[in-house]
Each structure stands twice: as structure tokens, then as C-alpha cells.
Design a protein around this ligand. Structure first.
Ligand code: NDP
Ligand code: MG
Length: 376
């Protein structure tokens, strides 16, 4: 079990739920918390959890927060580099990576180099730099503990028997538009896309869930976490989000983890592994569900999943292109500057025109990301 954590992105959906777990188990101490710009919440968190360090990416907001917290002993840092300070803070044994997007890559790498275990929510880190992050984790002897619910389920079902995997069964809620066809999706607004049937998540992952980009990112994430090729990862639409994913072993036994759709469980498990600690509410009531359903994903309509699998098979820079094009496209969609179907179409165009580079360095990954941001 962890003693002290640093939470990168403490004001987001995963970040706030991580702090809920800490509230239940106050023996887990908080060394650092960070946000992009939400200093109101960050101030409240700093007062409640007394971290040593609070970081805000927005420098101006960091200055404002420094004044607000001047009656406390909390140190406030501002700017992008401060995320690295939070990721490497002495005394923390585990870093919860709950920032959104490729911004998680460099701090995660630095955290590993500083010997921290990683409770990994930020899947974009493994999608873009999986070859680097998994190698470094081995080299520094640190654990990568999945927070993503599907990957936590796989991790729990596997119980270390990686060599006996036949297939991974990765479940997907299907997102807000499951069952719809392209013609139904022409006039989709951000407001409609921001409604996930089962999960209450940050904006980007909710949109990604509706396009199946999220499931595509998770296929690549699973490839790196469990060392399984893309073609042995089967995506199954399971609308109830109760069976969080499964492993099919060589003897055809399928072992799954089930639970109510509640991110606090995978977050807590990543912090208390290998122990299981009581959770006081939100038990799974199977009778209430009555039946669980499983369907093939509709990859004609939601073809981003196929694009991601292609990127995952090819490797190199292509998964970064997939991810960064999506980050840019989702931002544009949210601002009303790109249509909903345009998100996946933009990713496909970017992947088509980009020349792949095998085994890219962190700098190559970040410059490919920067280049895509100039394309739209
Ligand atoms: P949110 O958007 O809710 O939160 C993101 C957090 O990161 C906030 O603290 C935000 O600060 C901060 N942030 C945003 N942009 C930047 C940036 N450019 N640099 C540094 N910090 C930034 O996201 P979620 O919690 O939903 O998701 C976090 C990660 O976890 C994602 O990678 C997502 O895919 C993954 N994940 C999320 C799940 C969920 O249930 N939410 C489930 C499984 C995985 P501010 O509040 O100031 O904007
Ligand atoms: Mg997930």
C-alpha cells in the first residue's frame, strides 16, 4: 500500500475521485497536487489535504493562488515545468497521472526516473510513449498500476499469469451514440456528445468514448501494459459497464472482474495493491441488472477503433499521430469549429499523410504532436 502520493491533475474527474479515496483512507498522505487553471478547487484541496507542493500550469493563476495560500505552508509553483517538480517530489512513493492528453508523457517519464510507482490513468502516455515508459519502468524497478477501469479489470483477472493469456476481452460501453449510424451523427453537438450513459468523466474522455477513440487508445494501452499484440485484444460492446474486461487464458478459461461502474474502485486498488480495502457504498447488485449484453462494435460507423488498431500494429510515431490528431480535433469540436464526424475523419487524414518513424524518442514524439497542432 502507498504511503504518500502526488496527483497530477487533482482537479479533474480522476483527481477528485483519488482524493475521495484519500478521504476514506487518510493514512495515504498527499505530497503534491496540480491543475491546469482551476485554482478555486486547488485552493480548497490544498487546505484540506495539506500537500507540500501545489502546481498550476497557468503562471498567472499560480501567482493568484500563491497569494491566496500565503497563510499556509504550502509551496506554489507555476508553469509547465512545475508538473515535473510535482512528479518527482521527494517523499512520494506513487504518482497518480490524472492529467489529460499527451501532457502526461514527460512528467510520467521523470517520475519513473525518480523511482516512483505510477498509478496510471493518463492512457495517452502509453499510447504515445509506451515503448519508452515500459522499458524505463523495468529499468528503474517501478510498478505501472492501471487506473483505467478496463485495464484494472484485466490486471486483477490476470494475477500475474501473463504468459498464459490467449486473448484479452476489452469491454466498451459504446458511448453516447451506440447503435447510431453515420447519417444519425451529422448534427451532433458537444452537449449531446458529453453525455455518457454510465460514466461521469472529463470532457475529452467522454467525447473519445462516444467516437470509440477512447477504446482505440485503450487497445494500445493494453498492448503495452500486458505485452499482448493488438490482434489478440478483442473489443466487445457491453452497454451496462458492469463487466469491466476479461482475460481468456490458453485453457479457454475466461476470468473477468465485475463491479458497479465506479472509478473509485480501480483508483483505490492501484493505491492499495495487492491489498483490497473495504469500500462502503456502491455494491454491485446483479439482480438489479437482470441481464448483461455483449455485441460486436460497429466499426463502419465508429471507424476510429480500426484506425487505432492500425496505429497500434504499426507502432512508431503512428499512435502519437492518432492521439494528437484526436486531441486537436476534439478541442475544435468543443469550440464548434469541427463537426462530430469530422473528428475521426481528421484523424484518418493526419494518419494518411504522416510518414511513420520507428522507435521515436520523446523529443520526436513531442515535435510530431506540436506539428499536428499547426494543421487545423
Ligand atoms: P479531466 O478533464 O476531468 O481532468 C484533467 C486534469 O488535468 C485536471 O486537473 C486539469 O486541470 C488538468 N489538465 C488539463 N489540461 C492540462 C494540461 N494541458 N497540462 C496539465 N494539466 C492539465 O480528465 P479526467 O480526469 O477525466 O481524465 C484524466 C486522464 O484519465 C485522461 O487521460 C483520461 O483518459 C484518463 N481516464 C479517465 C477516466 C475517467 O473516468 N474520468 C477513466 C479512465 C481513464 P483543470 O481542472 O485546471 O483544467
Ligand atoms: Mg476506460
Amino acid at each position: 500500500m502507498v504511503n504518500k502520493i502526488s496527483i497530477l491533475g487533482s482537479t479533474g474527474s480522476i483527481g477528485t475521485q483519488t482524493l475521495e479515496v484519500v478521504r476514506e483512507y487518510p493514512q495515504i498522505k498527499v505530497a503534491a497536487i496540480t491543475a491546469n487553471s482551476n485554482i478555486k478547487l486547488l485552493e480548497a484541496q490544498a487546505r484540506e489535504f495539506s500537500p507540500e507542493l501545489v502546481c498550476v500550469m497557468d503562471e498567472k493563476k499560480a501567482n493568484e493562488l500563491r497569494i491566496k495560500l500565503s497563510d499556509t505552508r504550502v509551496k506554489v509553483l507555476g508553469g509547465r515545468e512545475s508538473l515535473i517538480a510535482a512528479a518527482t517530489i521527494p517523499g512520494a512513493d506513487t504518482v497518480v497521472t490524472a492529467v489529460v492528453g499527451i501532457s502526461g508523457l514527460r512528467p510520467t517519464i521523470e517520475a519513473i526516473r525518480a523511482g516512483k510507482n505510477i498509478a496510471l490513468a493518463n492512457k495517452e502516455t502509453l499510447v504515445t510513449g509506451g515503448h519508452i515508459v515500459t522499458r524505463l519502468a523495468k529499468e528503474y524497478g517501478v510498478k505501472l498500476l492501471p487506473v483505467d477501469s478496463e485495464h484494472s479489470a484485466i490486471f486483477q483477472s490476470l494475477a500475474g499469469r501473463n504468459k498464459e493469456i490467449k486473448r484479452i476481452i476489452l469491454t466498451a460501453s459504446g458511448g453516447a451514440f451506440v447503435g447510431k449510424k453515420r447519417a444519425d451523427l451529422i448534427d451532433i453537438t458537444p452537449e449531446k456528445a458529453l453525455k455518457n450513459p454510465n460514466w461521469d468523466m472529463g470532457a475529452k474522455v467522454t467525447i473519445d468514448s462516444s467516437t470509440l477513440v477512447n477504446k482505440g487508445l485503450e487497445v494500445i494501452e493494453a498492448k503495452w501494459l500486458f505485452g499482448v499484440e493488438v490482434d489478440r485484444i478483442k473489443v466487445v460492446v457491453h452497454r451496462q459497464s458492469v463487466l469491466h474486461s476479461a482475460v481468456e487464458f490458453v485453457d479457454n478459461a475466461v476470468i473477468a472482474q465485475l463491479g458497479a461502474p465506479d472509478m473509485r474502485l480501480p483508483i483505490q486498488y492501484a493505491l492499495t495493491y495487492p491489498d483490497r480495502l473495504p469500500m462502503r457504498d456502491n455494491e454491485l447488485d446483479l439482480i438489479q441488472y437482470g441481464s448483461l449484453t455483449f455485441e460486436e462494435p460497429d466499426t463502419d460507423t465508429f471507424y476510429a477503433l480500426e484506425l487505432a488498431k492500425h496505429a497500434g500494429r504499426e507502432g512508431g510515431l503512428l499512435p502519437t499521430i492518432f492521439n494528437s490528431a484526436d486531441e486537436v480535433a476534439v478541442e475544435k469540436f468543443m469550440k464548434g469549429k469541427l463537426s462530430y464526424l469530422g473528428i475521426t475523419d481528421f484523424i484518418a487524414e493526419e494518419m494518411n499523410k504522416f510518414k511513420n518513424v520507428p522507435n521515436p524518442t520523446v523529443d520526436e514524439i513531442l515535435s510530431a504532436d506540436a506539428e499536428i497542432r499547426t494543421h487545423i
